[in-house]
Design a protein around this ligand. Structure first.
Ligand SMILES: NC(=O)c1ccc[n+]([C@@H]2O[C@H](COP(=O)([O-])OP(=O)(O)OC[C@H]3O[C@@H](n4cnc5c(N)ncnc54)[C@H](O)[C@@H]3O)[C@@H](O)[C@H]2O)c1
Length: 335
């Protein structure tokens, strides 16, 4: 099969590319390198295009001969979408629609879209695929909009689709110098610089982190299993819930850091209990957690140590400079 991966130089995209090559698929992909890193795909035998998903004609050209598309490109920034909604919606809605349209023009057989648990919003946890989603920020709304556009296009043009709903994935190759996202890797990067991590709110927000390896196995089925189509599936564990305070404690212990954390005002619209059920993934995709949170954090620490701690980047424009809403960490570039 010839698979095309958008966002291929990113965290998930690069791991997926590696896995598809190991399965002897032909791999092509694109990335605009705003959030990704060419190092992530260094040495992989892929056709790489430095292209923006929003450019429909270019996407149409570079998807020639492709069988399956995994649309993993996104500015994966839920928090940022509250202060830069235009940027995020343009990327998630226009960019995704352009990818789907280019794929249809090329008679692609199947499209898998990487959505986000942000689609659920603040409904009762653990979030199940059968629940009615009620996203509470532009990021969640735009991911859900892209899902709905994909479903409509699939029934109009008769191609297969699946929707993956990953949650809080961690692991090697994740960007750890982006001030706007990736809490575990930000904490590790700061502590390795002997700086105190920042926690928003009281730190009792609940999360469930998934290792990238366990996520990729599920994506593989959504992409290539003939019997699995038109499905929306949560991807990740539901057995190791942890608060942000507990996560901080775990990472501090591993790095023997004893300076504590700085607490800042909660970010707008943050979901307190963001937990997904894995029942459907267990039934449909044989999901199993093979990498524990501890093991995953150890691998990340080793990876960040090896690459070296980095100064934080603020690569995205803040569109609404409202003092009440924008976190000080971003406004004053505190990280
Ligand atoms: N990492 C997580 O915890 C998580 C959780 C839920 C959902 N997801 C979804 O999984 C997907 C991959 O996330 P990730 O963590 O690998 O993020 P990432 O930032 O590491 O990778 C995304 C890649 O897409 C690229 N990109 C963004 N917009 C683009 C555009 N218009 N054209 C071309 N390339 C573009 C970026 O440069 C980046 O390399 C995203 O759709 C994200 O919403 C991730």
């Amino acid at each position: 099969m010839h698979i095309f991966i958008t966002g291929i130089a990113g965290f998930l995209g690069s791991h997926l590319a590696e896995r598809c090559l190991n399965l002897n698929h032909k791999v092509s992909g694109c990335d605009n390198l705003v959030g990704g890193d060419l190092d992530n795909i260094n040495g992989l035998k892929i056709n790489f295009h430095n292209a923006n998903c929003e450019n429909l004609d270019e996407m149409t050209k570079i998807m020639k001969g492709v069988d399956v598309v995994c649309h993993a490109a996104a500015y994966a920034h839920e928090g940022l979408s509250n202060v830069s909604p235009n940027l995020i919606c343009q990327n998630n809605v226009v960019g995704s629609t352009s990818v789907f349209t280019a794929a249809i023009r090329n008679n692609v057989k199947r499209i898998v879209f990487c959505s986000s648990m942000a689609r659920y919003g603040k409904i009762e946890a653990p979030f199940r695929e059968t629940q009615n989603p009620k996203p509470v920020d532009p990021y969640g709304v735009s991911k859900l909009a892209a899902e709905n556009i994909l479903k409509i296009l699939s029934s109009t043009y008769n191609f297969e689709y699946n929707i993956a709903v990953p949650h809080n994935i961690i692991g090697t190759k994740q960007k750890y110098d982006d001030a706007f996202r990736n809490v575990a890797s930000i904490m590790i990067n700061l502590i390795l610089q002997n700086r105190k991590p920042i926690i928003y709110g009281d730190g009792n927000q609940k999360r469930c982190f998934s290792d990238i390896k366990d996520c990729i196995v599920c994506l593989e089925k959504l992409l290539f299993d003939k019997n699995i189509t038109s499905e929306t599936v949560n991807i990740g564990p539901d057995e190791e819930f942890i608060t942000i305070n507990e996560l901080f404690e775990k990472i501090s212990n591993k790095l023997q850091f004893n300076k504590g954390a700085d607490y800042h005002k909660s970010r707008p619209n943050e979901v307190f209990k963001a937990l997904c059920s894995s029942d459907k993934a267990r039934d449909l995709l044989d999901y199993k957690t093979s990498v524990s949170l501890d093991k995953s954090l150890d691998l990340m620490i080793e990876y960040i140590r090896e690459k070296g701690p980095k100064k934080f980047e603020y690569n995205y424009d803040i569109e609404i400079e409202n003092e009440e809403i924008i976190p000080k960490t971003w406004k004053n570039k505190i990280f």
